[in-house]
Ligand binder design. Structure first.
Ligand SMILES: Cc1cc2nc3c(=O)[nH]c(=O)nc-3n(C[C@H](O)[C@H](O)[C@H](O)COP(=O)(O)OP(=O)(O)OC[C@H]3O[C@@H](n4cnc5c(N)ncnc54)[C@H](O)[C@@H]3O)c2cc1C
Length: 455
């Protein structure tokens, strides 16, 4: 029998999927509390958007919360109110992200007090502190202390927070909320998926001002196609080699796949089951080189655009509404209402300038876990309960998903899931990876709670 109380901090995709795995795998004596500071659970950074044109960048057939029931989300879609919104007849389908938020909210209904057996409580508020106790954990939310047997950090992405008078605005603020007028010139920093969302949103509102998107290489994410992942054996992976060799291996294997009628997508998707092993086989110096030199290459091939979004972005470029620039942002200065940006085009030593009304930060979601000094992670790091990984892209966790503290010891009470753990496996961003991690952690936690020594 599994009896216990698990407190999950963060009610985005990772927290909700973990809660579902915990509750469906256990008997009635296991309770879960989900702490979320947003008004709704299941949204987080990715799925809070209500824009119909902000669509999933993963096909619906890969977005199930359960790896052992791959079409769970697709079946839900067909039976839900969202069914009228779906313009495709099979799971190779990219649907508005708001439907995924609705799916996640529905997923845990069987256990909510108002719609189910009451084993899941949702606490609205920000968790500001956490400590271990002789019998478990104490979690502080809005002045109240919640006691549990263990806690899971599912705090997700560290989204930048800009002051109202900042020249910068984040990628998730609507143009209206950011005070961007249709005639304003804007600069977008970054040319990845968030830039695509931002341009599509501006275009959808009839934006007339110039839009420039700037990144070091000016590379757009590649587009999804129907493809068949190559079956790659782990023995054939270039484990323990260096980044330049791995890139050569990718190119050679992609050329081989192309000769046989496939393409590079088959290789990228074929490597996916082995990404964590490949990442862990790299030395710390090689991981750091990957982040500096190969990350953009990996991301544009791995995190691909839905065909609909590609059509829109190429049209924006073709009609001159979007100028894609490869170069380096240098600095910005305010001149009254305008912002004067200096930058250097790739390959040029000359500094160029442009005048814009706002700078939209779409540089991505990879941040130092200490980037918000007032945030929970910074507190936990200061208290020695968790520690950042050596690359400062997340926090350290062990093989069981337990956080590693300042002393190097794994916690028996605090665990973590989702992007906050990316330093361990690298690819811990998308749902197909998160759901597997949640299943494993749910098993680990329920086994620990069933053990006779757990009080
Ligand atoms: C724009 C965008 C689009 C994406 N699209 C896809 C896609 O199509 N397919 C795919 O597979 N993946 C996609 N992803 C990847 C996505 O990151 C994951 O699917 C998933 O959203 C990660 O969820 P998360 O819960 O770990 O993080 P988050 O979404 O960041 O959620 C974390 C939650 O924790 C809460 N929180 C944090 N700290 C506290 C605290 N101290 N107290 C209380 N609450 C707290 C936050 O409010 C937030 O709701 C996308 C990502 C982004 C950014």
């Amino acid at each position: 029998m599994t009896a216990g109380h698990v407190i999950v901090v963060g009610g985005g995709a990772s927290g909700v999927i973990l809660a579902a795995h915990l509750l469906r795998a256990s008997d009635r004596r296991l309770r879960v509390t989900l702490v979320e500071r947003r008004a709704e659970i299941g949204q987080g950074v990715a799925y809070a958007t209500t824009e119909p044109d902000h669509i999933l960048n993963t096909r619906a057939g890969s977005m199930s919360a359960f790896a052992d029931d791959g079409e769970h989300f697709w079946r839900w879609l067909l039976q839900s109110e969202a069914a009228d919104d779906i313009r495709c007849s099979d799971p190779f389908c990219f649907v508005p992200r708001r439907h995924y938020a609705a799916y996640l909210a529905d997923l845990v209904k069987p256990w909510r007090a108002d719609t189910g057996d009451g084993r899941l409580s949702v606490v609205r508020g920000t968790c500001t502190a956490m400590r271990t106790t002789p019998t478990g954990v104490a979690v502080e939310v809005g002045g109240a202390t919640h006691i549990g047997h263990c806690a899971v950090l599912a705090t997700g992405h560290q989204v930048p927070e800009f002051a109202a008078n900042s020249p910068y605005v984040d990628a998730w603020t609507t143009p209206e909320a950011a005070g961007i007028r249709p005639e304003d010139a804007v600069l977008i920093l970054g040319t990845g998926l968030s830039m695509v969302d931002t341009v599509i949103q501006l275009a959808g509102r009839g934006h007339r001002g110039s839009i420039t998107a700037l990144s070091r290489r000016g590379q757009l994410p590649r587009v999804h196609r129907r493809n068949a992942p190559l079956r790659i054996d782990i023995a054939d992976m270039p484990l323990g080699t260096d980044i330049s060799y791995i890139l050569r291996w990718f190119r050679r294997t992609a050329a081989w796949a192309t000769e046989r009628g496939g393409d590079w997508r088959d290789v990228v998707d074929g490597v996916r089951p082995h990404t964590a092993t490949l990442w862990r086989s790299l030395t710390p110096a090689a991981r750091s080189r990957f982040l500096r030199h190969a990350r953009t290459w990996w991301e544009v091939h791995r995190h691909r655009l839905p065909p609909e979004s590609e059509t829109r972005i190429l049209a924006a470029i073709a009609t001159g509404r979007l100028d894609l620039v490869a170069g380096r942002f240098v600095d910005l200065e305010r001149h009254g209402d305008a912002i004067r940006v200096t930058y250097r085009r790739r390959g040029s030593v000359e500094v160029a300038t442009m005048s814009v009304a706002r700078v939209i930060d779409c540089t991505g979601i990879l941040r130092d876990p200490r980037s918000n000094p007032a945030g929970l992670l910074s507190h936990l790091i200061a208290d020695g309960l968790v520690r950042p990984d050596p690359l400062n892209i997340g926090i350290e966790v062990d093989d069981d998903g337990a956080v590693v503290g300042r002393s190097g010891a794994s916690s028996s009470r605090i665990f973590a899931v989702g992007p906050v753990t990316r330093a361990r496996d690298w690819e811990m961003t998308a749902v197909p990876d998160i759901r597997v991690q949640c299943a494993v952690l749910a098993q680990r936690i329920t086994a620990a709670l069933s053990a006779p020594s757990t009080s």
